[in-house]
Write a protein of this length. Structure first.
Length: 282
């Protein structure tokens, strides 16, 4: 649509792709991080303990570097998403100073971002203004609520699998344990499990489900706001800010999940918008 910018859509897509890949590496680094500590309970050898301490430090540095890159990419992605919604929704360009500030925050090359620009990224056909901005938030909240619900469910299944595996290990190993080494091995598994469930897995699950709940509430708010004519620009901006706040408190959706569910979500969105149109005509 004329007058609607797509520049920041390309930047947002590129940055989110990069942060999603980094989240995968960060997850595996988080899993590796506690193992030198839990392995240390299996030895009293000073040399081995010293080597494990060095390995623990190396894993910690790797995790810190990956986490720094992830947070930098995620911050840039969120900034580009906010910019794309405002400029696309209101049909306005940022000042030269703000454009420069946003561009400097990006980590991807502008040519790479340009390849991901899509004029049809949002389905709204409204002219730029508060109404269009609310429709952009509504569409984003629709997809986000369902993707974060699916992410939470996926992690719940992962937690269940982990619990079943370690419950089976305990059931099979503990009754037959006749030596100290085997008992230490079981303790190592349970120590690793505690870390997995309490840190990057269980916490992420709860954040995904919380984000799904909030974005679904924003979806309902957008429906009510779209019944107002004209929509106050301040109301549209507040709705967008609430959506932004919810998304930025949540982790990235589970990698590859959008690709798996894209067609189904697109169909559901079409049914949702068709239902609203029929309701408006009734």
């Amino acid at each position: 649509m004329d007058g609607v910018s797509t520049k920041w859509i390309g930047y947002a897509q590129a940055e989110y792709r990069a942060s999603s890949k980094l989240r995968v590496w960060l997850f595996f680094a988080s899993l590796a991080l506690p193992f030198p500590s839990v392995l240390s309970v299996m030895t009293a050898n000073e040399t081995q303990l010293y080597l494990l301490a060095i390995l623990n430090f190396v894993f910690l540095v790797i995790w810190w570097i990956l986490n720094s890159f992830y947070e930098r990419r995620q911050s840039a992605a969120h900034a580009a998403r906010r910019a794309s919604m405002i400029s696309n929704g209101l049909g306005q360009e940022f000042s030269a100073s703000e454009t420069r500030r946003l561009t400097e925050k990006m980590n991807v090359d502008k040519d790479a971002a340009a390849k991901l620009e899509r004029s049809d990224y949002y389905s709204s056909t409204k002219e730029p203004g508060p109404h269009r901005l609310v429709e952009l938030v509504q569409e984003s909240a629709f997809y986000s609520s369902r993707l974060h619900t699916s992410s939470g469910q996926t992690i719940t299944i992962l937690i269940g699998i982990i619990l079943v595996i370690y419950a089976c290990i305990a059931a099979l190993a503990v009754p037959q344990s006749t030596n100290y080494a085997l008992m230490l091995l079981v303790r190592m598994f349970f120590a690793a499990t505690l870390f997995i469930l309490s840190a990057d897995v269980l916490g992420a699950r709860n954040k995904h489900l919380a984000c799904a709940k909030i974005t679904n509430e924003i979806l309902l708010r957008s429906e009510m706001l779209l019944e107002v004519d004209p929509i106050p620009e301040i109301d549209a901006l507040l709705l967008m800010e609430d959506y932004t706040s919810a998304i930025e408190r949540a982790p990235e959706i589970v990698p590859k999940l959008y690709g798996i569910k894209r067609d189904r979500l697109n169909d559901l969105w079409s049914e949702y918008t068709d239902g609203k149109k029929k309701g408006a005509l009734a």
